[in-house]
Design a protein around this ligand. Sequence first.
Ligand code: ZN
Length: 203
Amino acid sequence: MKIICVGRNYIDHINELENQKPDEPVVFLKTDTSILLKGFPFVIPEFSNDVHHEVEVLVKINKVGKYISPKFAHKYYNQIGLGIDFTARDVQAKLKAKGLPWEISKSFDGATVLGDFVDKEQFADLQNLSFQLEKNGEVVQNGNTQDMLWEIDELISYVSQYFTLKIGDIIFTGTPAGVAKVASGDELVGFLEDKKMFGIKVL
Ligand code: ZN
């Protein structure tokens, strides 16, 4: 399986990192080895002093497809989840400054948290889902999918022009504002429409 991530899909997050608003979705990949095993803590890697949490809504692909039109994209996924795209911001900033690919800042072991997935039919409107990340009991990121620059079906259409989508592939749809450094001892809990989707400890 592959993990396809979309960057800069929420305007308030683009502004907080002083990035440019893109003309097309910003896409990058994470390896399957970056997935944090269920029940395990997240260990801050020794090569970074500034690992950020990015809470994101996830889409799980359940049908093989290529060149999918936005109109038919909904046929290619049946589950929605919530996860974290951990990012070594200091490493990424150096790579970005040089115009280099930033995978090592986002795809190191443990950098991908996959929470629970739920059937999409449980939701009346996928483009009006609220989601939150709590750190030590306090809400630090608070988003709603209605604020996406590119909606889920548009993202699926876009990425399928380049990558054949396969069953089990997961799309990270971008993070809202509020990304910040994690520290040893932090407890991170994610909610999608008030349902707890994951809880992890940082070491
Ligand atoms: Zn992200």
